[in-house]
Design a binder for this molecule. Structure first.
Ligand SMILES: NC(=O)c1ccc[n+]([C@@H]2O[C@H](COP(=O)([O-])OP(=O)(O)OC[C@H]3O[C@@H](n4cnc5c(N)ncnc54)[C@H](O)[C@@H]3O)[C@@H](O)[C@H]2O)c1
Length: 391
């Protein structure tokens, strides 16, 4: 009851006034699965004109806009380059919705053309690519935001608020990750599982979210060292149950990434992150996220598959006058726009006002450095130091 009364005073983002005098001319690069979510959210913005779309597959972009009932969009481009070279478009911004291996190149090309970029997660595949994108961002002065919409969930924000409140004291250990029992993402083909398109598997696909949840909460300290592991026992098995169910045993031969990864990461400030992530494993969960501090510990129930929020009520374990107690943090039910609408809106607002990117590359650089470090350490079979060059 009390919550209902207080909720009535909370800001309803759907009532935020949007300056419609200045329309944003937007293009979409890559018109596959996630581009659906982008276009739906752009169509909910009164100050957006969708002017162009490009996909490597001939006819795919045209069919995409037709499916969404959007007319008058130019789509006769063989790739992102032709679209971005078309000066008649006067593009203000692009969403880059391409597979992971095609994140860096279109992002650099767009920034070099002076176009603001909303780049889907993960940032890139390698740390080197992320550095190159950030150099282009710096030279352009344009907005680059990385597509981590779970950041905009009120429960995710609550994690950061709890840490920043000091209730947990000094943070020294974090366990995080997530896990699907059978969830290799192949419903729309093989772009998530082939090395030449995805580059990394579960590690980057959902691992980047788990890392962002905790690293954002503690202020993104610099990663120092990592000992990583990755495997692919399920994805490479033609008898993997979901391949059999969907009649695609040949996917096993195409599988060139990881379906499970784990790591032990040291961060600046003497903080340890114990991480594991899975698309497929013989276990129901890879465990809840735990943040241990000198005054309190936070348990964040895991979700089976990342959907941008917590898997249940969070709990703070602490001590009051010598008694060990546990305080439950109720799950916050979000009202108003979807997380994707918020992701698109906050990006557009940053482009229009010159405000910082909602999910800045300077933070996600450390996320990417860890993913890259895990992959490299796993290949070498030993711990490595994470070295991040100057941008
Ligand atoms: N934020 C989220 O919730 C979320 C959810 C799913 C996927 N994603 C991310 O979105 C990205 C795309 O995923 P998807 O499922 O849409 O993949 P997809 O394979 O369905 O679509 C990608 C499309 O990009 C096109 N493409 C690739 N390179 C291109 C280029 N240079 N120019 C033009 N078109 C190009 C491909 O032909 C393909 O049609 C991935 O990096 C994934 O991690 C994010």
């Amino acid at each position: 009851m009390a919550d209902n009364i207080l909720d009535a005073f909370k800001e309803d983002q759907s009532k935020t006034v949007i300056d419609t005098d200045r329309k944003m001319r937007v293009g979409i690069i890559g018109t596959g699965w996630i581009a659906d979510a982008h276009i739906k959210s752009y169509l909910n913005q009164p100050d957006v004109e969708l002017v162009a779309g490009a996909d490597l597959i001939p006819g795919k972009a045209a069919a995409f806009f037709a499916k969404h009932g959007v007319e008058g969009v130019k789509t006769d481009y063989a790739s992102h380059k032709e679209m971005l070279d078309d000066e008649s478009l006067h593009l203000d911004a692009v969403s880059i919705c391409t597979y992971n291996r095609q994140h860096a190149e279109p992002a650099i090309y767009a920034l070099n053309k002076g176009v603001n970029v909303l780049l889907e997660k993960p940032f890139t595949v390698t740390l080197d690519e992320a550095i190159e994108v950030m150099r282009a961002e710096k030279a352009s002065g344009k907005v680059l935001s990385i597509g981590f919409q779970p950041r905009l969930d009120a429960n995710m924000k609550k994690i950061k608020e709890i840490v920043e409140s000091g209730e947990l004291g000094t943070i020294y250990y974090i366990q995080t990750g997530g896990g699907r029992r059978r969830g290799i993402p192949t419903p729309f083909g093989t772009t998530f599982i082939e090395d030449e398109t995805a580059g990394l598997g579960a590690l980057a696909d959902i691992g980047c979210y788990s890392l962002d949840m905790v690293l954002n909460a503690i202020g993104y300290p610099k990663p120092l060292t990592v000992s990583g592991y990755k495997s692919a026992f399920f994805g490479t098995d033609p008898n993997y149950s979901n391949y059999v169910k969907t009649g695609h045993p040949e996917y096993a031969k195409k599988f060139g990434v990881d379906d499970f990864a784990a790591a032990f990461i040291r961060l600046e400030g003497d903080i340890i992150v114990d991480f594991r992530i899975s698309w497929a494993m013989n276990m129901d969960t890879a465990g809840d996220t735990l943040i241990l501090g000198t005054k309190g510990g936070l348990r964040i129930p895991s979700t089976e598959c990342w959907n941008g929020t917590v898997g249940g009520a969070m709990k703070v374990y602490h001590e009051i006058a010598g008694s060990q107690v546990c305080t439950e943090i109720p799950v916050i039910t979000m009202k108003g726009p979807s997380l994707f609408d918020r992701k698109i809106r906050t990006f557009l607002d940053a482009c229009k006002t010159g405000a910082p990117a909602p999910v800045p590359s300077s933070q996600i650089l450390y996320n990417q450095a860890i993913l890259d470090g895990i992959a490299k350490s796993a290949e070498l079979g030993r711990e490595i130091e994470i070295e991040i060059p100057e941008i």
